[in-house]
Write a protein that binds this ligand. Sequence first.
Ligand code: HEM
Length: 344
Amino acid sequence: EAAIPFHGARQSGLTGPQLPATRLLAFDLPPNSPAADRAALRTLLADWTGLLSATAAGTPPDPRLRGDDGPPRTASLVGLGPALAARLALAVPGGLAEPPAFPGDRLDPARGGGDLLLQLSAADPWTLAVLTELAGAAAHSAGVVPRWSQSGFLPPTRPGATPRNLFGFKDGTANPDEDAARQWVWGPPGPHENATVLVYRRIRMDTAAFAALPAERQEAAMGRRAADGAPLTGTAEHDEPDLYAKHPDGAYVIPATAHVRLTGPRLDGGARMLRRGYGYDDAPDDRGLLFAAFVRDTAQFTRVQSRLAERDALNPFVTHTASAVAYVLPGAPPGTVLGAQLLG
Ligand code: HEM
């Protein structure tokens, strides 16, 4: 399969397919003078650009990344936390507000937030580990300190097919096409049109309890079928869910508390988010979903999560344990460095 180029209008972590192994790394920039902090950030983004572009191009700086089997595929995403952007008075757009607390949240601050967010993805865990080491060394040299890191994975999936989450359902079916994404995911025309905003939630899933439900209860909670991801009102994965369809007894086919009903764009003036989640498995009682949604404004997430927190049929089986928000930089076109627009 073809390499995913690092350089381009958008960052590689959002242009290509989701690679199966991922790691989110969050860092803090200990406060100094704004000028020194900007300089440290500029150095780090230049170092990361060098490392990630050379690796993606098949000319990595470290022999362990060469691969016996040809150059490994990698992709990456860099974002800035709202507090850092404010502290350094960077010209980021609005829409970066942290979501409020929701009922049921059990957020661990040590696993969330951060000044800088780096998502590294690779076709295999070895490449991911080496790339993580090198990116972390660059951060260390720039005086940037690790805050948290989280690894995740996807099941083996045919190219173009939707991966499943640990409840066994296809996850990512109803993502926006390019036209809808231009309106709801990417920034407006101007300096931020290839930038977006990440809302990350680490969501623990009680997979055993969910698996113990009869198949029809699972599908009613989701509003889709487990086997093929089709809505309960349709026959194929990409059929539009019909939220008005009723059974002869008057009950909705897609129940009132079904996840797909509460998250659908109809309740939100058509608003959409681009979801690129991963599974995680950190301990026998701590596995679940690394929910990663890309939006123009975190308010889009907050509206949906407010409804979910109140009545989502998945609630008995899920707990949000960490949260982070980041301004995802536009890509670096060839010959340029990530973040140049903001830092000069
Ligand atoms: C759709 C799973 C949490 C927003 C879906 C679908 C599944 C799913 C299986 C249907 C297939 C698809 O379109 O991708 C889960 C699980 C979650 C979770 C297991 C927690 C562990 C969330 C959260 C949000 C969210 C926290 C946002 C606040 C959405 C949206 C859709 C969706 C916007 C698409 C709805 C549509 O346009 O039809 N989710 N989800 N999900 N989910 Fe979630």
